[in-house]
Design a protein around this ligand. Sequence first.
Ligand code: ZN
Length: 273
Amino acid sequence: MSDYKPLVGKLVINGALLCLTGLHIGASKDTLEIGGVDSPVVRDPLTREPYIPGSSLKGKLRAILERQKKLDSNRYSGQGVNRHECSKPTCPVCRLFGSTSKEKDEKNLPARLAVRDLRLTTDSKNLLQGIDTGLEYTELKFENALDRVSAAANPRQIERVPAGSSFDFELVYTVETEDQSQIKEDLGNLFSCLRILEDDALGGHGSRGYGRVKIQLKNENPALFARKIDFYRTADAEEKKKMEKVVQAFSSLEEVLEKVDEIAAFYGDGQNV
Ligand SMILES: [Zn+2]
């Protein structure tokens, strides 16, 4: 198979991720602070604001798709987690989320999906600045793990972003084909994984009720920008309009799924070859 990968366009998806319950995305051990809580959340080192690393959301969506497609977790991906990776362009998981070659005859498959880091919305930032928990923007929750044999309690403090907080998100899907069925498959997979995420959990301690989230694409701004590559090559307003399809806000992810055919047809009409 040839290595040629056309760049047909980009699909930019904007929205907000609302935390319905407290969210804990743990910082790695090397960023632990002396005298800090047992299990702190990941923060921006400059602003000290908690954020959701794009890799956390992307990894969760990948795991959901792997399970949907019943793929084996054949590679160790660090931190005690295995995941599926192959380098077949026909693999729905590796095509969307990427894979790194491990064998000599394998090639890297760059991810079509990029997930930017999720930052607190301005409203949430203002709201959380006003709460008095002794921590910046977060709260502490005590969890008591009982030793099953000795019944000794082992209380731990877990830091979390309080329920009701919102994060802005941006997902960018790179369109590498004019094959409408492939675009439809990728986008169908992406939006269904986001829907499943709402009935799953993001971050740690999901089985204790943490990390229940809602994806909100309905805001004042349009949620989807489908752009053909020529959009980026012109400054002419009329030309740009032809090369971009702006889809207005949605009230639910189901509505976005209904738009997938329309979006695939926009890229797949062959006018941009
Ligand atoms: Zn694969």
